[in-house]
Design a protein around this ligand. Structure first.
Ligand code: NAI
Ligand code: MG
Length: 349
């Protein structure tokens, strides 16, 4: 556990700066007085792109490396061509900093509306591979724009890349009370990648005899996420399947305003990046309507990653308690929710 945190902050676009301000407020409130927090803000995203044409200049990438962690709001705007910021900023950071674990917890908090019938107990975490799969840009097109166009997007799966994320998932499963790990893939059709994943999953599993394992095809997993979400504890899956499953997971656990994520480099070689799953929400930007809870829960993941477990738990408990008392009939502003959470975490038991 570090006695100081040197945090890079990328507020980004739209509601990004609004929710990040609340995340930082809660972070400052929860940290013990003897832990020093330093922040450096980076002006990246759609506004910067419009002003200078830059997405992530090398100098800033270098400078980001020096921090302990990164807190990101959201980037993107309808005025920027699709893919520009996703590839040039978000994916570039994930690849450059080798964020091979994309961590997305899903918890159904008390008093939170779910579209599912009954009150299923939902508490699982998806460990999504973050640096391989179909997201590496390994493809191209020929005869582009003609009726004879050919386009490829090749999924990259390395023994090294699969093993390290599978191992991380076993570690996380072993540390949870239920100790259950589910591999999600499509190994009946995507046999080359699927068999590498399955063999690796089985081999590494022999080192974790106390972890119960099972396997689901990704299409079946979408069914069970809706019909029996309580069957999941930890899920490990590839980059694309994880992207899709975690949006579904967010939808069944109270929506995008609560979904947190970490882009993690478990080795510590580069800073890990924590961000709400949602985007810049241009439809509600500047109106003080955005729910900052997903960002606050991302701050909890950040605290846990940096070894501040007690503080992480305090943030998560504050969110649970706050949600339990929220009155859906009287919507709060972004700042009011941030203030309520900051007060709760500061009130030490
Ligand atoms: P979005 O997540 O920004 O918004 C989807 C819907 O959810 C909107 O109706 C929005 O108002 C609502 N919403 C999102 N966050 C909310 C919050 N905290 N509180 C209350 N309501 C919230 O997704 P959308 O509209 O597809 O994308 C908008 C922009 O954000 C695009 O430019 C997109 O590329 C970008 N984006 C960026 C991401 C990132 O920075 N990691 C992730 C997803 C999208
Ligand atoms: Mg997504």
């Amino acid at each position: 556990m570090s006695r100081s945190i040197d945090l890079a902050v990328i507020p980004g676009d739209g509601i990004g700066p609004e929710v990040v301000a609340q995340g930082l407020k809660v972070l400052r409130a929860v940290l013990p007085a003897d832990v020093k927090l330093e922040t450096e803000e980076y002006d990246l995203g759609a506004r910067r792109w419009h002003r200078t044409g830059e997405t992530l200049p090398d100098a800033e990438l270098e400078s980001l490396k020096a921090h302990d962690a990164i807190l990101l709001g959201a980037v993107g705007d309808p005025s920027v061509p699709s893919g520009e910021l996703e590839r040039g900023l978000l994916l570039k950071l994930r690849f450059a900093f080798d964020h091979y674990v994309n961590l997305r917890p899903s918890t159904l908090f008390p008093n939170t509306a779910t579209p599912l019938a009954g009150r299923p107990a939902i508490d699982f975490v998806v460990v999504r591979e973050g640096t391989e799969g179909p997201y590496t840009g390994n493809g191209g097109s020929l005869r582009t724009g003609t009726p004879a166009e050919v386009a490829t997007e090749v999924s990259v799966n390395t023994a090294y890349g699969v093993e390290r994320v599978v191992r991380d998932a076993y570690e996380r499963a072993g540390a949870r009370p239920r100790k259950k790990l589910t591999l999600v893939h499509k190994n009946n059709v995507l046999v080359h990648a699927g068999h590498l994943w399955t063999r690796t999953f089985d081999r590494i599993g022999r080192e974790y005899p106390d972890v119960t394992t099972d396997y689901l095809h990704v299409d079946a997993a979408t069914i069970f996420l809706v019909t029996r979400p309580e069957r999941f504890d930890v899920i490990v899956t590839d980059n694309l399947f994880g992207d899709i499953l975690t949006d579904l997971a967010a939808a069944v656990t109270g929506g995008i305003g609560l979904a947190a994520s970490g882009n993690i480099n478990p080795t510590g070689a580069f800073p890990s990046m924590f961000e709400p799953v949602h985007g810049s929400a241009p439809d509600i930007a500047g109106q003080g309507k955005a729910d900052p809870t997903a960002t606050v829960l991302s701050v909890a993941l950040l605290l846990r990653h940096l070894g501040h477990e007690a503080e992480a738990v305090r943030v998560e408990e504050a969110v649970a308690a706050d949600l339990a008392e929220r009155d859906a009939g009287t919507p709060r502003t972004t700042e009011e929710t941030g203030d309520a959470l900051a007060v709760r975490v500061a009130n030490r038991p």
